[in-house]
Ligand binder design. Structure first.
Ligand code: GDL
Length: 455
């Protein structure tokens, strides 16, 4: 079986039960087959992994399992014992089995042991018992594997290693002692997650996956962080899955995406993944259009005319403004390029070309403002609240830019100040985090440098 779907595997506020059921619908409609319940901040997955779910929690997971079953989607449960487990203590393995047994009793058939984001040092007792970190982890995972297999032949165990991307493996996976040992020691029936060369990978190539498969002695299952945003909560990603070509599909045994924290923002991540995995060839632009068409019914006005939806083009504009982790959408990119040209050629403000550029930016502002205003009127308030802060910023910055360019067109004196009265000076996007960020200077490529300069 090829495992495809979604993992709720991010840090931060988990989704609600109702959102998960809707997610199951999206998964099914996109031709995918797995939902992994693995929120990092479900306290009983990670911090207090030994504790069983209480009656109320168990009921909500059992309901989810039933909803998944009704849709033909497999529900994966997670345990992340990695923060404090004593790998060599039989009592710990028993606690893990008890937890997996509970997940199984609630209706789950797929399970994942998460060993990501942990200190890779063994406690003193484990150091005495195991020759390495990989040996300790595989001891636990193989025992868990035997246990779940004993529950029934349709059970399957997944494993997220501590080095789950190329960078963590030191750049060259073939030379990672840890991954080689995991590949050799982990029972062959266990699937292994892999996020690509990076935690959030701009590109994942077939060649790189081929190498990973040789080291792991099995094809990896992609844990996709392309649309995740828990590491940069000022952004949200609505663009199509990108930087992956169809030729990777034969190099993997599954592809499961860990998307934005904001549930309503995740339709594009799921829908474009469906197109990527189920289509013959994948084109990002075409995929996004199809996604926006399928997404459109969610953008229904709250007015008496219940059939009225936002325009397809407006939804495409929304996705373009809040696009991918490594690049803005094509329309937004063009606007930035136009603005850069106008700013560089301010002295040419009387030429037709300059005026045309300014008109393009004015027009874009108008469309973004209308998108914002129209979104305020849609019935699905969660959807609106999800995008409100991001769109507010886009609109505000575009407004300032157009005012600034209009002012440049008046040929202000060299030492004149831009008269922006609509905003308090120095109150925009301030705060401690920004102050810290500004201490370390970066070049336009995001590389930190430390040239001689006065702080
Ligand atoms: C990670 C975490 C994941 C998080 C993601 C993006 C894996 C295997 N683990 O490192 O929980 O959401 O980065 O920040 O990706």
């Amino acid at each position: 079986m090829f495992y495809s779907g979604v993992i709720e595997g991010f840090y931060g506020r988990p989704w609600s039960g109702a959102q998960r059921v809707e997610m199951l619908d999206w998964i099914k409609a996109s031709g995918l087959n797995v939902f992994a319940y693995a929120p990092k901040d479900d306290i009983k997955i990670r911090a207090r992994w030994r504790e069983l779910y209480d009656e109320r929690e168990a009921k909500s997971l059992a309901d989810l399992a039933q909803a998944a079953k009704a849709r033909g989607v497999a529900l994966m449960g997670a345990v992340s014992p990695c923060l404090d487990i004593r790998h060599g203590d039989p009592g710990e393995v028993e606690a893990l089995k008890r937890k997996l047994g509970q997940l199984d009793a609630l209706g789950m058939r797929l399970f994942v042991l998460l060993f990501d984001d942990v200190p890779s040092v063994l406690g003193a007792e484990d150091q005495r018992l195991f020759p390495s970190f990989a040996a300790a982890q595989t001891h636990v995972a193989n025992a868990a594997h035997d246990f779940v297999k004993g529950l029934g032949p349709d059970r399957k165990l997944f494993f997220c290693p501590t080095e789950y991307c190329g960078r963590m493996a030191g750049g060259d996976v073939r030379r990672s002692a840890y991954l080689n040992e995991i590949g050799a020691r982990l029972a062959p029936g266990i699937e292994i997650f892999w996020t690509g060369p990076e935690i959030v990978s701009a590109e994942i190539t077939a060649q790189s996956l081929h190498e990973v498969a040789q080291v792991l002695r099995r094809k990896p299952v992609i844990w996709e962080n392309f649309h995740a945003n828990d590491y940069d909560i000022r952004r949200v990603h609505l663009g199509p899955l990108g930087g992956r070509r169809n030729d990777i599909v034969t190099e993997i045994s599954g592809f499961i995406t860990n998307p934005n924290n904001e549930f309503e923002a995740d339709f594009p991540a799921v829908h474009t993944l469906g197109q990527f995995l189920n289509g013959v060839s994948y084109d990002e632009t075409t995929a996004l259009s199809a996604t926006c068409r399928a997404w459109r019914p969610r953008f229904r006005y709250a007015s008496s005319d219940k059939a009225r939806l936002l325009d397809q083009d407006q939804i495409e504009l929304l996705a373009d403004l809040l696009y991918q982790p490594f690049q803005p959408g094509p329309r937004s990119r063009d606007i930035v390029a136009t603005a850069r040209r106008l700013l560089a050629e301010a002295h040419a403000s009387e030429t037709l070309n300059w005026k045309r550029g300014l008109a393009t930016i004015h027009d874009f502002l108008k469309r973004v403002s209308k998108l914002f205003d129209d979104l305020t009127e849609i019935g699905n308030r969660d959807l609106f609240y999800t995008f409100q802060p991001y769109l507010w910023e886009c609109r505000e910055e575009l407004l300032t830019l157009t005012h600034y360019l209009d002012w440049l067109a008046t040929k202000p004196a060299k030492d004149a100040h831009f008269p922006h009265h609509d905003r308090l000076p120095n109150t925009y996007r301030q705060g401690f985090a920004q102050a810290l960020q500004q201490l370390l200077q970066r070049d336009p490529n995001g590389h930190y440098t430390h040239e001689s300069r006065v702080l």
